[in-house]
Ligand binder design. Structure first.
Ligand SMILES: NC(=O)c1ccc[n+]([C@@H]2O[C@H](COP(=O)([O-])OP(=O)(O)OC[C@H]3O[C@@H](n4cnc5c(N)ncnc54)[C@H](OP(=O)(O)O)[C@@H]3O)[C@@H](O)[C@H]2O)c1
Length: 266
């Protein structure tokens, strides 16, 4: 079983990983990979109205298995007026072929609509039973503070990889933990744009020491505190299995330090 994290102060336990669905190349492969992921204990699927075709693919993949999965989807900021949010959620539900989503996020905040209005729509949708939990994405500490004035948000989904882990762990995480917000991190594998030079050499050297692959080293590092949900995307079942196994390796603190030093500098 994958290690689990509590969606803070909700008693809802989620796997340490979620499966992303952005920029799907092969819908059938993605559908197969989602089904395999659920079989393997990765039952949190991340999608968004913005990811073209993704909600439909998730809907097909979870047919007959709705109770087994936790679905996160997102409203785009330009749709996030009170009425617009409700309409966006209805469209997402139709595509996902379900009558509720587990976690509904504001994809990012751009001021198109007052934040209070979006949060009011989230509260209404929770009351209606169409959304279980509300959250945000790409929010700074200041923006999380503002959102909390309107609604008990439980999640902030932010970029999290070896390029920005310090900022996330030292600035966003302490505030989130104090305020009952669980962080989830996207782009952990840089969408396949791997680092080069000395940084890659450090990752390869740690990988060799433990018999791991570079993606496994990266995912093991990002999940080392068991505090942040890490969302990776793959439509390849071998990559899925490789990524899930990354948490099984016990990496020594000195090797984490080598990675921190290589990436934490710039
Ligand atoms: N809230 C936001 O603003 C936001 C922004 C970006 C992303 N997201 C979410 O976060 C998810 C993850 O981010 P992402 O998709 O941008 O990037 P990512 O997970 O960092 O990278 C995905 C890429 O890595 C490859 N990959 C995965 N495992 C691999 C492995 N073991 N070996 C080699 N290649 C591997 C995948 O290709 P294969 O399919 O070939 O494995 C895919 O091309 C998204 O899908 C989306 O759900 C949210």
């Amino acid at each position: 079983m994958l290690p689990e994290i509590e969606l803070d102060r909700t008693e809802e336990l989620l796997p340490i990983f979620a499966l992303g669905t952005w920029a799907i190349r092969d819908p059938r492969a993605m559908e197969r990979t989602i089904r395999r992921a659920i079989d393997e204990g990765l039952w949190h699927i991340d999608t968004a109205e913005m990811y073209e075709g993704a909600e439909e693919i998730v809907g097909r993949a979870i047919r007959g298995r709705r109770d087994e999965v936790f679905i996160t989807t997102k409203v785009m900021p330009h749709n996030a007026s009170f009425r617009g949010t409700i309409a966006a959620l209805e469209r997402s539900l139709k595509k996902l072929k379900t009558d509720y989503v587990d976690l509904y996020l504001l994809h990012w905040y751009d001021g198109s609509h007052p934040l209070g209005e979006t949060m009011e729509a989230f509260a209404y949708l929770i009351e209606q039973g169409k959304v279980a939990y509300a959250g945000v994405s790409n929010f700074s500490v200041k923006e999380m503070e503002e959102a909390l004035r309107y609604l008990k948000i439980v999640n902030n989904q932010v970029e999290y990889n070896l390029d920005n882990f310090r900022e996330v762990e030292e600035e966003l995480l302490p505030f989130a933990e104090e305020n009952g917000i669980t962080l989830s991190g996207y782009l952990p594998l840089w969408r396949g744009a791997w680092p080069t030079g000395e940084r890659m050499e450090v990752l390869k050297s740690v990988a060799r020491k433990y018999g791991m692959t570079v993606p496994q080293v990266v995912l093991n590092f990002l999940t080392r505190h068991r505090k942040i949900i890490v969302i990776f995307k793959t439509e390849n079942e071998d990559h899925l299995m490789e990524n899930l196994k990354s948490v099984e390796f016990e990496v020594e603190p000195e090797d984490y330090r080598r990675i921190e030093e290589a990436f934490g500098r710039g």
